[in-house]
Design a protein around this ligand. Structure first.
Ligand code: ADP
Length: 399
């Protein structure tokens, strides 16, 4: 009854060569855009938004051995910044700072914590252009989408500011007449927050906002591909009055940082968004010190179009579901199943719509699809395309 196959003729599947040319711009247009990215980076640097050191105990800190890693613009391959490449020792110091800060932050009244979070929200919104530019620079998504992520990311801080005042307990009817049972909610302690590159701001605020609202303190480990937005957000947290040590950021050697977070008895919770493979490692590693874990792992998202669907609505919905962030979100449709009666119409309309998506540097006018995050991602998409073709998929259009 259902469609013969998922439609797999997505424009990005045909783009490795286009993406490769964006990485090494040869056209006048791409050179101009690359210059635009450079001047954005220079402006962000002079306004203090381009931080390159880790953030430990409220201080900007180099890696102890001086090592750095490159953060590259995925649209051009150019280096945006060299950031501190940290490991176990820096992480242990960040944990110690967070542990110290926990003793006071957990005792601050809920109303005060709420005010600090609200101020952080206000500052993020006030700087949404700069933060959006940083996201486009290091992650590649189109600027409009990046600024949209800032609003989305900030909303988690706003929500947490509101909820900070409503962390109520419970009184439970007792089975015995001379007992009273009640539940008092208390912060667990230091939280290790490990985040991916696809939402450089929102994945951080979604973890850090609730943790701070409860009175916990955090050590953030952003993806080494996109640490710049995390560092700028940390700077704003300090300006908002969130005390030094309550928010720390370390980045660099992911397994070393992860192992230090897992080994520490002072870290009481790990919150992670990323691959299932790494999630499993973290879950197993957290058992040694019986930490709480919250894991948001890979998604599996079919998009189903029925015969009676409104074609326009189905088209718009499928485009958004498939191509948001160039298909790099955990809820992006990874197969599209179309009922037979509407198959031809939908396939043609979808193919045309995809053809019209403008692919390019996220700073380019009218660009709807930025680059994939790196070469490995391009190769992964290529292999999906080859796999589909080898299993009988019919390609409706190329390039
Ligand atoms: P993706 O495939 O989406 O990049 P990953 O799970 O590899 O997902 O990465 C998500 C986050 O997990 C990133 O911040 C990455 O640096 C981090 N990470 C990867 N390996 C480890 C590890 N062994 N311990 C802790 N964090 C890790």
């Amino acid at each position: 009854m259902f469609a013969r196959m998922a439609i797999r003729t997505f424009k990005l599947f045909q783009k490795p060569s286009h993406l490769a040319s964006m990485r090494h711009p040869t056209t006048v247009l791409s050179r101009q855009i690359s210059m635009e990215a450079e001047s954005v980076a220079a402006r962000l640097n002079s306004s203090g938004f381009l931080r390159t050191q880790g953030f430990i105990g409220g201080k900007w800190t180099d890696a102890y051995d001086g090592k750095t890693i490159k953060v590259c613009n995925p649209a051009s391959g150019e280096v945006i910044a060299n950031v501190s490449c940290m490991g176990g020792r820096e992480t242990n110091d960040a944990i110690a700072s967070a542990y110290d800060a926990f003793s006071s932050w957990s005792k601050v009244t809920a109303a005060e914590r709420s005010k600090c979070l609200r101020k952080w929200y206000d500052l993020i919104i006030a700087h949404k252009e700069e933060l959006g530019q940083l996201i486009t620079l290091e992650q590649g998504k189109p600027l409009k989408e990046a600024v949209g992520e800032v609003a989305y990311g900030a909303s988690f801080i706003e929500f947490s500011a509101e909820e900070a005042k409503r962390i109520y307990g419970d009184i439970i009817p007792s089975a015995l007449p001379d007992r009273r049972l009640f539940v008092l909610k208390q912060p667990v302690g230091v939280v290790g927050a490990i985040t991916p590159w696809n939402f450089p701001l929102a994945m951080i605020t979604r973890k850090v906002g609730p943790a701070l609202a409860c009175g916990c303190t955090v050590v953030i480990k952003p993806s080494e591909l996109t640490p710049l937005t995390a560092l700028a957000a940390a700077e704003l947290s300090l300006q908002a009055g969130i005390p030094p040590g309550a928010v720390n950021v370390v980045m660099g050697n992911a397994p070393e940082i992860g192992d230090a977070l897992l080994a520490s008895p002072q870290v009481r919770k790990i919150t992670f968004t990323g691959s299932t493979a790494v999630g499993k490692k973290l879950m197993a590693g957290a058992a040694g010190t019986v930490k709480k874990v919250s894991l948001e792992l890979g998604g599996n998202a079919p998009c189903i179009i029925f015969d009676d669907a409104d074609l326009d609505v189905a088209l718009k919905g499928t485009l958004a579901a498939k191509f948001r962030n160039s298909g790099q979100t955990c809820v992006c449709a990874n197969r599209i199943i179309v009922q037979e009666g509407i198959y031809e119409k939908f396939a043609n309309a979808f193919s045309n719509a995809v053809q019209n998506l403008q692919v390019g540097d996220g700073f380019g006018e009218g660009v709807a699809q930025g680059p994939l995050i790196n070469e490995a991602a391009v190769q992964k998409v290529e292999s999906f395309l080859q796999d589909a073709i080898s299993k009988g998929a019919k390609v409706l259009q190329w390039g």
